[in-house]
Design a binder for this molecule. Sequence first.
Ligand SMILES: Nc1ncnc2c1ncn2[C@@H]1O[C@H](COP(=O)(O)OP(=O)(O)OP(=O)(O)O)[C@@H](O)[C@H]1O
Ligand code: SF4
Ligand SMILES: [Mg+2]
Length: 358
Amino acid sequence: MTGRQAPLLSVRDLKVVFPTPIGMVHAVDGVSFDLEAGQSMGIVGESGSGKTVTAKTLMNLLPSYALVDGSVTFDGRDLRSLAAQRKTEKHLWGVEISMVFQDPMTSLNPVKKVGEQIAESLRYHLGQTRTAARRQAGDLLEQVGIPEPGRRLDEYPHQLSGGLRQRVVIAAALACEPRVLIADEPTTSLDVTVQKHILDLLDDLRVARGMAMILVTHDLGVVKGRTDEVMVMYAGLFSQQRHPYTEALIETIPKINSASHTRLVPIPGQPPVTTSPPTGCPFADRCRYATDLCVTQGPPLTPLGNGHHVACHTPVGTPAAAAALAANAARGHTATGLEIHQSGVPIGAVTDGPGEQT
Ligand SMILES: Nc1ncnc2c1ncn2[C@@H]1O[C@H](COP(=O)(O)OP(=O)(O)OP(=O)(O)O)[C@@H](O)[C@H]1O
Ligand code: SF4
Ligand SMILES: [Mg+2]
């Protein structure tokens, strides 16, 4: 065979809209990405940007009233049409594609022993006997670093610490050897030290199993240096490197080598309301590069030539972006009226001291 192999997972122009009493919520608005076998990808974005809805679409977990458009192809199979005949594909979700949810308490049954919860999936999906499934559940607990796995099999979730519970959830998600693991904020409810252990564990398991992984988080620091690719979501859209939102998000992270008392640069304003998305670019009100075109026309997703795409009229680092920034700085505001300094830093983003915003 010649040429490049097709990606394991391919998402194209995915849109998810929820009809609600207050209007149509545009939760995901034209997301496209590819995931190769064994690759790790981070999806980062602030609250409400559509990360979980994207993950749930891949897992076929959206409520039936969700309106979905676009295509999702997994290993050459069209997941959206398979979702319509779920009964015939019961061994795809939870087996080939599996998910770890944010809060282990909501994904574990509080009145069932953890060993049974893992074994259950092995028996249902892989047809294992009770004895074999219990043995494998113990092996899985050991693989995720749970001490005394034999004893833990017979414990209930409330008998375990938060970190151990999340390890159980990971063991359950890995039970059927998925080819893609989606981890949605897997460490948000854990303290920093446990967070690192869990993230390292996920990394090690991914490499050992040759599994692809999507790590979803609101914290750019969690995925930095940990995944092959990072996608940044904003108002249901993906923005990648060279997008002004990604640039602004990176500026919000404290740097370890910055002088003490260095002011952090928050992103001014709020994300748009998903029930009434703006006509132009959804980031325009908060973007230092915004021009008249950004106000009237949404930017198309454009290839950057290195396998990356960007949805922006003037991607960061291009002469057009430099010109737009210089013009905005010279007149003191952008096309949407965001006031900016001569340095190009939005005035709404300047802080007077720790925690203070002007
Ligand atoms: N079942 C639903 N019905 C209506 N709206 C929904 C539903 N699920 C999600 N939404 C809306 O879709 C948008 C995206 O939600 P999503 O849960 O994907 O955000 P998120 O990026 O995961 O945020 P967070 O970081 O807070 O988890 C939000 O505006 C949310 O309120
Ligand atoms: S399209 Fe315009 S407003 Fe949107 S991110 Fe790019 S420069 Fe900023
Ligand atoms: Mg979420």
